[in-house]
Design a protein around this ligand. Sequence first.
Ligand SMILES: Nc1ncnc2c1ncn2[C@@H]1O[C@H](COP(=O)(O)OP(=O)(O)O)[C@@H](O)[C@H]1O
Ligand SMILES: [Mg+2]
Length: 257
Amino acid sequence: MLEISGISKRYGGLQAVKDVNLTVAKGEIVSLIGPNGAGKTTLFNLVTGFARPDTGHVRLEGDEVTGLPPEAIARHGMVRSFQITNVFANLPVIENLRLASYLHLRADLTSDVLGLSPAREKAARTMEEARRILALLDLAKFSATPAKRLAYGQLRLLEIAIALCVRPRLLLLDEPAAGLNSREGEHLTALLRRLRDETGLTILLVEHDMDLVMAVSDRVVVLNFGEKIAEGTPAQVKEDPRVVEAYLGTPFEEEPA
Ligand SMILES: Nc1ncnc2c1ncn2[C@@H]1O[C@H](COP(=O)(O)OP(=O)(O)O)[C@@H](O)[C@H]1O
Ligand SMILES: [Mg+2]
């Protein structure tokens, strides 16, 4: 699904990402972890077109997408949760989703060849799609709730729901559990698994919540000072001495420094 090869990025004197290779197979959930400043967000930026790599390639299902702008990369099926239009605070949840879905349909030329797709059909499709996504994320009961009334944890789920309206094949999430309590973190773990199992979605996430990372990931990739220092199953990575050291000797279960 995703193949990142030899990717590097320097900011002035700082090598933020250094010669990273990373692949994600279709249907996999892969987590990217590492101490603060390790280059995780920069790597996401390079892959999703928000920053240009100095060297290296990004291929999505075999297509070279290196250096393309974020919208073009999203059209190729790789979508990052925050790159979508912000949540409209006064609109009900369902309308936020319909809007995102409609904007996507309009941008999708194949579904709109020669403008023959009638507006009514489009409205029905966006409503159906929005309902399906709300149900997937356990947000159906908040359908009519204005977004500004949602609790923080539900708002984070709405961001994921909005990203799903763009119909990604590969979804990138940067710290989706940040600010969630442990119950919400467990709920998110179950939702990510369900998304993968029920829709075949491939997921790459950056996350500090080790309970979530260990529970949800097929594979974990560890960055430190811009370099990949370890990769493997959650159990393998947890035991890796280089990983324990990168987390400054703190027991791996604790919050990384
Ligand atoms: N746009 C930028 N300009 C200059 N330095 C940057 C920029 N983006 C990131 N950095 C630097 O690159 C390093 C990696 O940052 P980042 O990718 O945000 O790490 P992480 O997400 O792992 O915490 C940090 O030292 C950060 O200060
Ligand atoms: Mg970051």
